[in-house]
Ligand binder design. Structure first.
Ligand SMILES: Nc1nc2c(c(=O)[nH]1)N[C@H]1C(S)=C(S)[C@@H](COP(=O)(O)O)O[C@H]1N2
Ligand SMILES: [Mo]
Length: 251
């Protein structure tokens, strides 16, 4: 999409939202394929407007990165559900048997060990985790950009979303390809120069720094590429909208 067309649609979205109803803006977003999976219901038109406007304006933007001096001295690990036996089997130790399955709309479905993941290019970023409850912290995250792994399995061009699942069963999320291929979206293996502690999602966490903390799911075991989110859970794109939170949580 060229800039002037993008500007035109954005202006159109803003104008229709301002002038009359959000529903009119949502109609327009639908015409351009900018509708999030949780577009129905009371908050639907608002969600659509947020997602569509963000995608048109900020496709290539980076989440803010911080200098090393701003790394939080005491980062806060949010509480997670009690670990079940399948996780405890991996603890304590080096998570030698941990696997990340990658399947769905890919040419070469694969299952990666942590050391397989370490053989991809490793990058680091100092970004903030922002919880919807109002707290945040800054940390260094070390890992391989998700796009490296997606390229290696050959994601089909028809894929529109990456759905990701945790061993922590209730947690699963999805992101569109703009975020999945974004250079700051990391399969995270380390934090602040060390291994990723279990409290912060170790051994493997997907960091999505352009969205709120709840999209950065801990204990990732599977990724799947799809063109349709309707077949997952209640069809709203992830566990969050099922609990009343937005699927798209851009910051
Ligand atoms: N598997 C799993 N991932 C999760 C959560 C969780 O409870 N389980 N909490 C989420 C929420 S709501 C936030 S704000 C962040 C918190 O990250 P932190 O524990 O590193 O502070 O993790 C997210 N990822
Ligand atoms: Mo959160």
């Amino acid at each position: 999409m060229n800039i002037s067309r993008r500007k035109l649609i954005t202006a159109g979205l803003a104008a229709t939202a301002g002038a009359s109803s959000l529903a009119a803006a949502a109609l327009m977003a639908r015409r351009y394929g900018l509708v999030p999976p949780d577009c129905k219901g009371f908050y639907g038109p608002g969600e659509t407007l947020t997602y569509a406007a963000q995608r048109l304006l900020t496709t290539h933007s980076l989440a803010r990165e911080f200098p090393r001096t701003m790394i939080s001295k005491t980062p806060f690990a949010n509480e997670v559900s009690p670990f079940k036996d399948d996780f405890k089997l991996h603890q304590p130790g080096t998570f030698k048997a941990w696997r990340l399955a990658v399947d769905g709309m890919v040419t070469h479905p694969a299952s990666f060990s942590l050391s397989d993941l370490h053989s991809f290019p490793i990058r680091s970023q100092i970004t903030e985790v922002v919880c919807e409850e109002g707290w945040s912290y800054v940390a260094e995250w070390i890992g391989t950009p998700l796009f490296e792994v997606l390229h290696s399995v050959g994601v089909l061009p028809q894929a529109r979303y990456i759905v990701y699942f945790s061993i922590d069963r209730d947690w699963w999320e999805s992101i569109d390809m703009a975020d999945a291929l974004h250079p700051q979206t990391f399969l995270t293996l380390g934090m602040n120069d060390g291994d990723l502690p279990v409290g912060f999602g170790g051994p493997l966490r997907l960091r999505v720094p352009r969205q709120l903390g709840y999209k950065s799911v801990k204990y990732i075991t599977r990724l799947t590429a799809t063109d349709n989110l309707k077949t997952f859970g209640k069809g709203l794109g992830s566990a969050s909208p099922e609990a009343g939170y937005a699927w798209y949580a851009g910051i």
